[in-house]
Write a protein that binds this ligand. Structure first.
Ligand code: HEC
Length: 280
């Protein structure tokens, strides 16, 4: 009996200590990201959060004037922008500012025409190879779903507590941190050629995207300060919307469903009491 218990204890010890041994072995190796993103406060956080349309409009402007030179947004159509508070006329005018390749025409030729509200944001490069060639071999990914793709859980204990605090904004937090996080590499850090040091980057200490934002580069017409920090936050909020356009409806429906279930639970309990009262 004692022997079995000892064996059991040894087993438990092995399970607990094994991961520690792995950590110790990796020792000197760096883990990415080197720095965790700071949690920002967003209008769309929490169970009742909503998008700030002014902020999304500013974010769209930052995407169009800066990010769209390298990144596509292929799952978003111009008419989707209605959700940002634009009228049909404004959307038509916005779509017209883009050239779209269409065709073939009756002679079998492809042709270029002005954008229509039903078109999707065009890609800045004709294919992935061209995109890589223009960017030191790295492909600037499509941004439509980036805010969800980079919504990486923070390490324990946040991994658990974030479930209870309803934390759902890891994606925009990461994008904001990445866009504002470029710095000079610390002494001794090895940075690959044509890469820029950024401790927030998810898969290395540097990436092939040069710092895209700087103060004053995009004109805002609603009085918001034209700073790198604001551009980064606004474009991150915009990318959260492109990745999760129906968030508000989902949250509202969720709340109503919970309310209904509470009322329903009360009713069920009342019925149960009534039936069992009669049988006593
Ligand atoms: C000069 C071209 C260029 C511009 C402008 C640019 N990017 Fe990038 N971006 C890249 C490249 C190239 C990569 C891939 C980097 C890599 O994997 O090393 C990238 C990667 C990214 C990533 C993914 C990082 C990851 O974790 O994999 C995000 C997010 C991103 N860019 C957002 C933006 C936003 C938002 C803007 C506009 C403010 C922007 N980029 C402007 C070239 C650009």
């Amino acid at each position: 009996m004692v022997r079995i218990l000892t064996l059991l204890w040894l087993g438990v010890l092995a399970v607990v200590l094994a991961p520690l041994a792995v950590f110790a072995e990796e020792g000197g190796e760096a883990h990415y990201p080197l720095k965790l993103p700071e949690k920002q406060s967003w209008s769309f956080s929490g169970p009742f959060g909503t998008y700030d349309l002014q902020q999304l409009q500013r974010g769209l402007k930052v995407y169009k004037e800066v990010c769209s030179t390298c990144h596509s947004l292929k799952y978003v159509s111009f008419r989707d922008l209605k959700a940002l508070g634009y009228s049909e006329e404004q959307i038509k005018a916005f779509a017209k500012t883009y050239d779209i390749q269409d065709g073939p025409n009756s002679e079998g030729e492809m042709f270029v025409r002005k954008g229509l509200p039903t078109d999707y944001f065009p890609s800045p490069f004709p294919n992935v190879e061209a995109a890589k060639f223009a960017n030191n071999g790295a492909n600037p990914g499509d941004l439509s779903l980036m805010a969800k793709a980079r919504a990486v859980s923070l390490p324990f204990p946040a991994l658990i507590t974030d479930i209870f605090t309803n934390y759902n904004e890891a994606g925009p937090d990461y994008i904001t941190a990445l866009l504002t996080g470029y710095s000079d590499p610390p002494e001794g850090a090895e940075v690959a050629e044509n890469n820029w040091y950024n401790p927030y980057f998810n898969s290395g200490n540097a990436l092939a995207m040069p710092p895209p934002l700087s103060d004053g580069m995009v004109a805002y017409n609603d009085g918001t300060e034209e700073t790198t920090e604001n551009y980064a936050r606004d474009v991150s909020a915009f990318l959260m919307w492109t990745a999760d356009p129906h968030m508000e409806t989902r949250k509202k429906t969720g709340f109503r469903v919970i309310l209904f279930l509470i009322v329903f639970a009360g009713l069920t309990y009342a019925v149960k009491r009534r039936i069992w009262n009669e049988l006593d």
